[in-house]
Design a binder for this molecule. Sequence first.
Ligand SMILES: [Fe+2]
Length: 184
Amino acid sequence: VIAASVEDICALYETWGAEHYDEELSQLAHALQTAALAEQAGSADALVVAALLHDVGHLLEVQATRRSEPASGVDRRHETTGARYLSGLFGAEVTGPITLHVAAKRYLCAIDAAYHDTLSEGSRRSLERQGGPMAPDEVAAFEQEPGFEDAVALRRWDDLGKVDGLAVASLDCHRARLRRVSSA
Ligand SMILES: [Fe+2]
């Protein structure tokens, strides 16, 4: 599936955003908190958009499940599904960090011993499924990826954007930015 418009993307979050992300947190709250952290860091619009939409693949999975559609493709990796969905509207400065945000967790676990302990329960559980910490050759290869720094920054906001009940800007506050950054 490829998104046809910014409105489609917003509708996806409006329809399925109440689904749980982790423990008590909803998908929409997690997306908005991650975007708010990117914004507070003074990030470019494209990186704020990447932060907002980094888990869009999870929403697509929820939608497919609820509509009892077959899972989109053999590969159920949400970072790839999400980046593909956005690729018709956004360039690599948005889709790149999204594609790499799971690898960035494996990267951080490899280069920063303290990082693993800061992960949430759910994130620690999924790490093993995702391949565990990167091996040294994977670390070196990851650092060659264009925009890997953005992916690492996004990853850190992702990990912090899990505060139950935190008040942040609404989805509507991001619409103008989404239109600005999108090519449609
Ligand atoms: Fe996330």
